[in-house]
Design a protein around this ligand. Structure first.
Ligand code: FAD
Length: 380
């Protein structure tokens, strides 16, 4: 797809920012030590990337889904963790608010998130409810002007640094499965809210992931987000956009791995010539580049479908996420192969990209869940 001049300019800006600000030193430090880099976060906020896709009236940049995809792609090309930093407020944090927040909620919660002043995270998954969030058991019981929340969420990206969480809880235990679930905006500093220790992860280190536990947490009724008992549908709709973001992150990772592999193949000599002179190696590069381009087109077209609110936008986002995340894993594996033994050593970036790519087929719906979404749309 040929991008407009405006989108090309955006791509250039995203690339410049990632390449100049998210240095190899920072990337390696985050991978080694975990935690969170507040200096980078301040820069993301300053440049408005926390609100790339959020309307201008709520403090964002008013960009479209294509701009959002380009940001994720370009940031992840340098380092997926940078993409995840900027992605959260634009997707799963801000998405549910944008979808059904009232004016007060939008001004109170969305605007500071878009400006990067506050962190909002998305808390759907539970230990017993992953691919099947409808089986969640976190409970919200009405009590006067409040709802009392009890339960545990797990694997919540950004929980340890969050100011607010969009939390899904069962408000009507009579209703089963997807029905009877509501959304709440929970202040992470309320009594009874606590986070577990950040999970030690295979990759994407530097953006902490943990449990959130709710013990008799009193959430005011004004923080009920969207219609009572009907929060699940909003969660699913919000995940569309998030899936597009993960697809674009996968694309960026694959592009980054390809560039590393090309540079290495041209430089590394064996049998008296660069290894790229062997078709066994150069054909691997050709396959990687072709798969990347296929994913890129799928992602940009899914982004356009979202921008036009097309009927099949949701399926397209699932296809993009499914294909791009699996593709990134294949491409990163080949990039390691081309690096030979050196690809297994931490000094080489492909080793980190390989680990970072692994989560892409898992979170925001596993590949199997994407297959369920796609096949359902074919068979309905
Ligand atoms: C680093 C990280 C960050 C995350 N961030 C967040 C977050 O911010 N917020 C949040 O709410 N969640 C988050 N998650 C949770 C993530 O979305 C879930 O891990 C994911 O949805 C899968 O759920 P599960 O791990 O319970 O796996 P399970 O659902 O137990 O699945 C296990 C396996 O069974 C397969 N499977 C399950 N059901 C079916 C079926 N019907 N047909 C075929 N195969 C099936 C799955 O595809 C998978 O291969 C995060 C996870 C990770 C690892």
């Amino acid at each position: 797809m040929i991008l407009s001049k405006e989108h090309e300019l955006m791509r250039k800006n995203f690339r410049n920012f990632a390449e100049t600000e998210f240095t190899t030193e920072i990337q390696e430090q985050l991978d080694r030590e975990g935690g969170f880099n507040w200096d980078i976060w301040k820069k993301i906020a300053k440049y408005g990337f926390a609100g790339t896709k959020i309307p201008v009236e709520y403090g964002g940049q008013g960009g479209d889904y294509l701009a959002y995809a380009l940001m994720n792609e370009e940031f992840a090309r340098v380092c997926p963790v940078l993409a995840i930093y900027a992605n959260t407020p634009n997707s799963l944090g801000g998405g549910p608010l944008l979808q059904c927040g009232n004016k007060e909620q939008l001004e109170k919660y969305l605007t500071p998130a878009a400006k990067g002043e506050k962190h909002i995270v998305f808390a759907l998954t539970e230990p017993g409810a992953g691919s099947d969030p409808g089986s969640m058991i976190t409970r919200a019981t009405a009590d006067g002007d409040y709802y009392v929340l009890n339960g545990r969420k797990c694997f919540i990206s950004g929980a340890p640094i969050a100011d607010y969480a969009i939390v899904y809880a069962r408000t009507n235990p009579e209703l089963k499965g997807a029905k009877g679930i509501s959304m709440f905006i929970v202040d992470m500093h309320l009594d009874g809210v606590s986070c577990g220790k950040p999970e030690p992860k295979m990759g994407i280190n530097g953006y902490p992931t943990s449990d959130i536990v709710f013990e008799n947490v009193r959430v005011h009724k004004s923080d009920l987000l969207g219609p009572l008992d009907k929060g699940y549908a909003v969660a699913m709709k919000t995940l569309d956009g998030g899936r597009l973001g993960v697809a674009a992150q996968s694309l960026g990772i694959a592009q980054g791995a390809l560039e590393e592999a090309i540079a290495y193949a041209k430089e590394r000599k064996q049998f008296g010539k660069p290894i790229s002179y062997n078709q066994g190696v150069s054909f691997m590069l050709a396959d990687m580049a072709t798969e990347i381009e296929a994913a890129r087109n799928l992602i940009y077209s899914a982004a356009q479908a979202k921008d036009m609110d097309a009927k099949d936008a949701s399926t397209q986002c699932s296809m993009a996420k499914y294909y791009a995340s699996e593709m990134a894993n294949r491409v990163c594996a080949k990039a390691i192969q081309i690096h030979g033994g050196y690809g297994f050593i931490k000094d080489y970036k492909v080793e980190r990209l390989y680990r970072d790519a692994r989560v892409m087929t898992l979170y925001e719906g596993t590949s199997q869940v994407q297959q369920i979404v796609i096949s359902r749309s074919l068979l309905k």
